[in-house]
Design a binder for this molecule. Structure first.
Ligand code: KG4
Ligand code: ZN
Length: 333
């Protein structure tokens, strides 16, 4: 039987994305970003929903055109069920339902966090078992991957996510939202050892990043009293030191997980896996005998291709939904 052709929709946060996959091969992956949030220093849920509503039809249209696929060729529609912002999820879910009904094809509901990991199954099957560090704006998890869609969460953050730590600390040193990529770029010019910030000490495979944000805030308040120009003068060293602290915290736990579980295959997923220093650190494990997997940039941050890949494996398992399926803002792996 020919591989199924699936339209995938991702609308959990502030990017509207549509992709067409054939099996686990990506035929197109279109992302419409939302600049409207920049002026507010963070995602405004109400504005995100409205932008999704505007973007969704043209984005799907472009995905079909770029893949050279007509709507009649589609075998199913996969969409992000959660976790995410309810208003944003509703736009994707309602569009997917209406379109699936009009084409008389099945719906597939996909967990966004599972999909970030499933990006590693696009065009390949990674070496299993694999341990994946999923680091995004809303989540930080260490997950044991036993096969496509077979996951066990080993540990996660108790408060802020790694991406949130990047964004909040970036804001404190004067970078605009979303600060993660800007902090990454600025760090290349700075000294990561110049300022010492605390590495989160949590049991097992858990993380905590809220202490770092507070430590950076208090440190800056103290320095600014002595020198109002402190941030401007030291911005690159601050960025590099903050980045070093976040990545070091992640790598310590990831190393503990692979050693305790005796796993030699290790992966990154989620928006923060676009971070150049994190990618460099994990790649260096290759010389220690690990097989490392790092997604291409377009599959790190939110994208519908990963939803399509997860959707394909759900389709194979017969995990299809009726029209009563509803989005869930909190959805666990
Ligand atoms: O996975 P994602 O696109 O959306 C969520 O599901 O949250 O992740 C977005 C997060 C943001 O916090 C953003 O600042 C962070 O990923 N991010 C980065 C980099 N690129 C994106 N953080 C550090 N360095 C980067 N290069
Ligand atoms: Zn994400």
């Amino acid at each position: 039987m020919a591989e199924p052709i699936i339209l995938a929709i991702e609308s959990s946060c502030d990017d509207t994305s549509a992709a067409i996959v054939r099996g686990n091969t990506v035929l197109s992956n279109v992302v419409a970003g939302q600049q409207v949030h920049e002026q507010y220093g963070g995602v405004v849920p109400e504005l995100a929903s409205r932008a999704h509503q505007k973007n969704i039809v043209p984005t799907v249209h472009t995905a079909l055109t770029e893949a050279n696929i007509s709507a009649d060729d589609l075998d199913a529609i996969a969409f992000t069920q959660g976790p995410g912002l309810m208003g944003s999820l509703l736009v994707g879910a309602c569009f997917a339902k209406g379109y699936a009904q009009s084409l008389n094809i099945p719906l597939i509901a996909v967990n966004h966090m599972e999909a970030h990991i499933m990006a590693h199954f696009i065009d390949q099957t990674p070496k299993i078992p694999m341990i994946c560090l999923t680091v995004s704006g809303g989540h930080t998890q260490i997950v044991m991957v036993k096969g496509p869609l077979e996951f066990k969460v080993l540990g996660e953050t108790m408060d802020d996510a790694a991406g949130e730590a990047f964004d909040k600390c970036a804001k404190l040193i004067g970078l605009r939202y979303p600060g993660g990529p800007l902090l990454d770029r600025l760090s290349r010019e700075g000294d990561p050892m110049r300022f010492k910030f605390p590495i989160g000490q949590m049991p097992n495979f858990q993380f905590s990043f809220s202490g770092l944000k507070t430590a950076v805030l208090y440190f800056l308040q103290k320095q600014l009293k002595e020198d109002p120009e402190f941030i401007v003068k030291n911005q690159a060293d601050l960025a590099a030191s903050i980045q070093y602290t976040i990545i070091e915290t992640l790598m310590i736990k990831l190393k503990k997980a692979v050693e305790e579980k005796g796993v030699k295959s290790v992966a990154l997923a989620g928006g923060v896996s676009a971070n150049s220093y994190l990618r460099e650190r994990l790649t260096s494990w290759e010389s220690e005998g690990f097989k490392t997997y790092i997604p291409e940039f377009e599959y790190c941050t939110d994208n519908a291709a990963m939803i399509g890949c997860a959707g394909y494996y759900k389709f194979l398992k017969g995990e299809l939904e009726g029209l009563d399926v509803a989005p869930l803002s909190r959805l666990k792996i």
